[in-house]
Design a protein around this ligand. Structure first.
Ligand code: FES
Length: 124
């Protein structure tokens, strides 16, 4: 038997805009401990390894931050707090049901364009 794949990857945006930059940021002094909180919550549940938290750079949805992306499923959660992370782990990651009320607004996260379709659009 081989090494099992993770069941889920959770990508947590860890970009902080430098002071004075107009761009909003997912990581502020108030939210900078959310990745650590996520990792600890996964550990406390005993599911680390089959659930893999990953720090990422900006995922281009800063204005809805703090955000995190759950794969598989392309589920983007917005406006994160510690309480929301707890519910996402309980209800989505363990329970199997997306927490719809925390999902990013559809206009911010519309259906993907396939790479083949994009190449065509670009005339390539
Ligand atoms: S800094 Fe998180 S989406 Fe840009």
């Amino acid at each position: 038997m081989g090494i099992p794949q993770p069941a889920f990857y959770i990508f947590k945006c860890e970009q902080s805009a430098p002071p004075g930059m107009p761009k909003p940021s997912c990581v502020t002094p108030q939210t900078q401990d959310l990745f650590q909180y996520l990792a600890q919550a996964i550990m406390k549940q005993g599911i680390m390894g089959t659930v893999q938290p990953i720090r990422t750079s900006c995922m281009n949805r800063c204005s809805s931050g703090p955000i995190m992306l759950v794969e598989p499923g392309h589920t983007m959660y917005a406006g994160l707090t510690k309480e929301k992370i707890d519910r996402i782990i309980d209800e989505h990651i363990i329970g199997g049901n997306v927490v719809e009320e925390f999902v990013i607004a559809q206009e911010m996260w519309d259906a993907a364009i396939s790479p083949a379709a994009m190449k065509k659009q670009m005339g390539m």
